[in-house]
Design a protein around this ligand. Sequence first.
Ligand code: FCB
Length: 484
Amino acid sequence: MIRFNRRYFGKLAAMLAAGSALPVEEIIAEPAKAVAGGSDRSFPAGFLWGSATASYQVEGAAKEDGRGVSIWDTFSHTPGKTANGDTGDVADDSYHRFPEDIALMKQLGLTACRFSIAWPRIFPDGTGKPNQKGIDHYRIFCEALLNAGVTPFCTLYHWDLPQALEDKGGWQNKETSKAFAEYAGYTAGKLGDVIKNWMTMNEMASFIDLGYGSGVHAPGLKLSKQKLAQAKHHAVLGHGLAVQAIRANAGKGARVGCAENARTTIPAYNAPEHIAAAKKAFVEENAPYLTVMHTGKYTEGYLEKLGADAPVFTAEEMKAIAAPTDFQGINCYTAEPVRASTNARGYEVMPRPSSYPHMASQWLTIGPEALYWVPKIAAETLGIKEIYITENGCSSDDVVAADGQVYDTDRVMYLNAYLTQLQRSVSEGAPVKGYFLWSLLDNYEWADGYGKRFGITYVDFNTQKRTPKLSSKFYANLIARGGL
Ligand code: FCB
């Protein structure tokens, strides 16, 4: 490849018109750097490349091997709650087809896999008698991952709460926080030899706010402000108690964190006052979850805003909530532009005009710069030392072309843009150690059912045939080159 000396471009037309001989050596400035096998935009050696899935979204086998009923079974089987009445009864049938899924991971060159354990497979009733068949399943799965050279990253709660616990109040009941810690400790004790990287929960901000606030997710409740604030408190308490239980039971080398969908505040544009505002907003907007988990305190702003609706808590609980973790997982899809303001908080989260671009899911507005700013801001404001991007990806209106392939060029564009920003962040020192793409497979997208496809592998839900999309080739190429 040849690179031209840009200074000549203006003169070229005139020279050509006059029929003069072209000074080739001056026009060619330098040979371009070879690109094959190397990249200016590389990630550090040892950076983990993974995919992410969750039990209810991929496993199926809802009634097999002693699995109990979860709130998502109940919710998805309630008419009117999910698109088309879709349920996760079969999903990707990954409970049976996981060897094929792991073969896909190998083909991609993944070094890590984020998956979740279904609580009702381990304790069908939430507490009490454990189910050995559940433990056996995840042991076999993890051994297969390890044999393929893929490191397991396990989430203990990706929203499938045993229905028996919901019947006693679910996350409104402090007993659920304790039951979660017992389940976490028990499972870590049984699987600590094959799983070293543990995440307590996935996205408290989703399963509480959507499940108990707006009611669009299981269990479909719309609680009062006070009850909702208390449920949030029970979630972070459950996380903290589980961190302690995992440490006590998992054995040597266990590392513990959680995967949270932080509010991804970014500066409206690159100006000192807006950067400062985005930092303030990050701490304040994440007050009920990420901030309290890393500081052991609810911010004054949060407590003031809630007033009489603030959660009831003890000093001992606050200590447990802030149990030290080894890493923080951040699920990052969108960005929230923030600007400096003269209001009491000093910032304003900006509105989005209706022309703001989004992917196939309405909520999935495009904001690649989140992967530049959020790791930096999280590290600086909350002192987080090790970060994984535990989810990033997008839905596309995928179609199978006449040749049987899926050309998801929009997903490639999305991933390319976000990963470029992540590389920029890491190269400037943000402590991000790995990236998990959501998702390996098209799967059950909660209340959106099977209509929203997030996979880099297309799944025909009638036949369970898996077809890697263009984006999977993009990802494999990036992993092989170690960069963009
Ligand atoms: C996240 C969830 C995950 C998946 C993606 C698209 O909020 O954690 O299960 O649904 O969104």
